[in-house]
Design a protein around this ligand. Structure first.
Ligand code: SF4
Ligand code: SF4
Ligand code: FES
Length: 375
């Protein structure tokens, strides 16, 4: 009796949820499509490296609205039980089903296969494990470096001042600033597609740096300057390793926009006078030029970017020579530029606006006023 009831409940659920219905091969439904899934398999147990990776292709008749995770489940349950991948919530919350779909990292549980075939104008979909991480088995990767980078930015509040007896109070605007990063589900998609990590494995990466900003922006944290110094320190592979490629913004399923958070950390550091790297000096020389003259001085820009660094000057010399012989050397004395005064005015207006968003770095003792019991 109980079994019968369960069976009926299952049928009802499937009726209400058409995405769980898979057409049988050959079904004459206008909204189904035969799709090929070319899946990378990886077996670390193989002796030879070249034998460890292979691609298997599976064909399914797929109904419109079906997600990639539904298809992988079907392949595993009906065709090849050894196919290995991570999944849990099926609801874009747990962050465990990230994988590369036609070379772009996505959550399998929110990716509709019909839409992918339409975007790429092909009924074959390539599925691979995330990038910048070592594969363990098939689509499962070792995320150790991702978690290590997160740990390196100390993703917890450090408060050195007095603690309130009850709780800290926070203004609405202060809490709102933390919203974007707080929605991160640690899926690793941004880390997987980060172009800097392709060439520099020590880069902390987009997710960890976005989390670093969350603690810099948290009014309860009292180590803001220490955090900014560490994130901007040459050799720590922090914010100045980012190349602004936008990949992390494009792939993030939760709209955390990690690159924007990285740029905010850079801005806070500059406002606090933390200018340690050539990237930071370049940024300052660039904006100082526009502020004072209305244009960029290309002669002094590389020199200011290198700073007081003899090795850096010698490294610049061959580039300078090549520019000179190719006739690309900019004039030492600039001719007056029409409109430069207007540019200066625009800059000063924008600077005023930026200064009103300046990071409020409070010394620990100033936090006393936040103790609701003393107000
Ligand atoms: S914008 Fe920066 S952090 Fe984001 S993917 Fe590109 S290089 Fe990586
Ligand atoms: S920032 Fe976005 S892409 Fe990166 S781990 Fe968090 S949710 Fe995933
Ligand atoms: S299964 Fe949880 S996010 Fe996809």
């Amino acid at each position: 009796m109980k079994d019968k009831k369960q069976e009926e409940h299952k049928k009802e659920k499937h009726k209400a949820n058409p995405k769980y219905i898979f057409s049988k091969p050959g079904a004459k439904d206008a909204k189904t499509k035969r799709i090929k899934f070319k899946i990378q398999r990886f077996d670390a147990a193989k002796d030879k490296k070249e034998d460890a990776v292979r691609y298997d292709t599976f064909e399914l008749e797929v109904k419109e609205g079906t997600t990639l995770l539904d298809c992988l489940d079907l392949i595993k349950w009906r065709h090849d039980g050894s196919l290995t991948y991570r999944r849990n919530c099926k609801n874009s919350i747990c962050g465990s089903c990230s994988m590369k779909v036609n070379k772009r990292t996505k959550l399998a549980c929110e990716t509709q296969v019909h839409k992918i075939t339409e975007t790429f104008c092909s009924d074959e979909i390539l599925i691979e494990p995330m990038g910048n991480m070592v594969p363990v088995k098939d689509l499962v990767v070792d995320m150790g470096n991702f978690w290590g980078a997160l740990h390196a930015v100390k993703p917890w509040i450090i408060h050195d001042g007095n603690f309130p007896e009850k709780e800290f109070t926070m203004k609405k605007e202060e809490a709102k600033k933390l919203d974007a990063v707080a929605s991160c589900i640690m899926c690793g998609a941004c880390y997987s597609d980060c172009n800097t990590l392709d060439v520099e494995k020590r880069f902390l990466g987009p997710a960890a740096l976005a989390h670093a900003l969350r603690y810099v922006d948290d009014p309860r944290d009292t180590r803001k300057k220490e955090r900014l110094r560490s994130l901007n320190k040459p050799g720590n592979h922090g914010v100045w390793d980012c190349t602004h490629c936008f990949a992390c913004i494009q792939v993030c399923p939760m709209k955390v926009a990690p690159m924007e958070q990285i740029l905010k950390i850079r801005k806070y550091a500059q406002q606090s006078g933390i200018i340690y790297t050539s990237g930071a000096r370049h940024h300052k020389a660039f904006s100082d030029g526009v502020k004072h003259a209305g244009w960029i001085n290309e002669v002094t820009l590389p020199i200011k970017s290198v700073g007081l660094n003899i090795v850096g000057f010698f490294q610049l010399a061959p580039v300078g020579m090549r520019m000179y012989f190719k006739g690309k050397m900019p004039d030492i004395w600039h001719k007056p530029i029409v409109g430069a005064e207007e540019i200066k005015k625009i800059y000063l207006e924008l600077e005023k606006k930026e200064m009103s968003n300046k990071l409020d770095i409070k010394e620990p003792e100033l936090f006393e006023h936040r103790n609701p019991n003393k107000e």
